[in-house]
Design a binder for this molecule. Sequence first.
Ligand SMILES: Cc1cc2nc3c(=O)[nH]c(=O)nc-3n(C[C@H](O)[C@H](O)[C@H](O)COP(=O)(O)OP(=O)(O)OC[C@H]3O[C@@H](n4cnc5c(N)ncnc54)[C@H](O)[C@@H]3O)c2cc1C
Length: 435
Amino acid sequence: MSMDFPQFRKLEGAPNLYIIEGPKHVTEWQPMGDGKWVVHQHYASDYPRYQWVTELLQGDDPVRALTADAWEALYRERSEASADPAPGRMPWPPMRSPWQEEAAVGPLTTFGAAGHAQCLAEVASDADVRWALEDRGELPLMVLGGGSNVLMHRDWTGRMLHMNIRGVQKIADDGDAVEVVVGAGESWHAWVMHALDAGWNGLENLALIPGSVGASPMQNIGAYGVEVKDRFAWLEAIHRETGALERFDAERCAFGYRDSVFKQAEKDTWVIVRVAFRLQRSAALNTHYGAIQAELQTRGWDAGTTHLQVAEAVMAIRQSKLPDPRDIGNAGSFFKNPVVSKEAFERIQREHPEVAHYPAPDGKVKLAAGWLIDRAGWKGHRRGACGVHDRQALVLVNHGGATGAEVWALALDIMADVESKYGVRLEPEVNQVGL
Ligand SMILES: Cc1cc2nc3c(=O)[nH]c(=O)nc-3n(C[C@H](O)[C@H](O)[C@H](O)COP(=O)(O)OP(=O)(O)OC[C@H]3O[C@@H](n4cnc5c(N)ncnc54)[C@H](O)[C@@H]3O)c2cc1C
């Protein structure tokens, strides 16, 4: 079905208004009689609901298609008694210049390298996103979630959208498996803990990863043998040029190791507004990582372990190994673990028999970037205000006041040194802004 979205509808003889956001997503506005509205989000997660959206789209009796202006007129007419903006959506009247000019964005990132955005807006709904995509449209646009995977090299000359779309909604439940839609601006870790509290299991190995839900598919976040793609159902994203909302399944996301279509062919094309996950009450535990097993044993939890206990073990391991950005600026692993051919690996192993490595798809071998950087002598190295963490060589840190350029100069030196010593080119995992 190729159509432009959003589309506007009402039902003859009924007061409710509808916005068809995409082929599988409808927002329903139900007037409460006092000028206020209740807004329901409907996701076509099964065939009857998909059929309902299709019928709304077709616009046959008693459905009436409206222009955006006609929809707005009805909305205003019924909102007169209330001065409050409608919940969850604020297109009318347009937001009054929510741009914050020359906003300091260093504090919005975990690295904390200083930087300003020419203008910054917090967006809390699809309508906010569409508004911000159109307003000052001549300026370049950047999307910021929790800022835990970016290094600001210099000020951002353009618009920056800070994602704050909230909400967690269960849309399907067969007694074991659930499908849950989560707003892009929700905190990843808070969502993981919320899911575990609700008994929706499968995300426990990804506890305590910083950042937002909307960024999680960007690099297919992963830890301790689980990646987002393993629990992913679909996501919705708004096209930066057209404002169209589209749904992506896993195949369209083209997930790879710390990678997706949003970092490759469709880089800087979409704003992800929500992500849906498929979780299971009976999800199998994934505790095959030695560190998790050891932690569970230390706690005496090795028999009859619960999903929540695995999350707690993962959190304890992460806290012991990784620097907390609240104490020292960092963006987690600065480099990806390089994946090399079998031949390249054998060459390195001949010279360095102890090289840390793991099997990778297609007969390739994944090397531990942290091991390479450590053995090249960089662990704990300090250069001015930045450096390499003293317990985790994969993490570059800001001791306070480091600029993006300083961190990048250090990163380049590490990359050159590792390449000269091992013949392996490291690739940054962290997104470089303004390089
Ligand atoms: C201490 C520490 C530990 C970490 N551990 C891990 C780990 O174990 N595994 C792992 O995979 N990662 C890890 N990370 C990296 C980071 O947490 C993840 O990459 C996280 O998903 C980034 O989320 P964010 O919201 O902070 O994204 P940001 O840093 O704000 O943005 C990252 C990129 O995504 C884009 N983006 C963000 N939101 C959206 C959106 N809604 N729509 C479109 N584009 C968007 C941005 O433009 C940018 O290019 C760690 C980071 C830290 C600081």
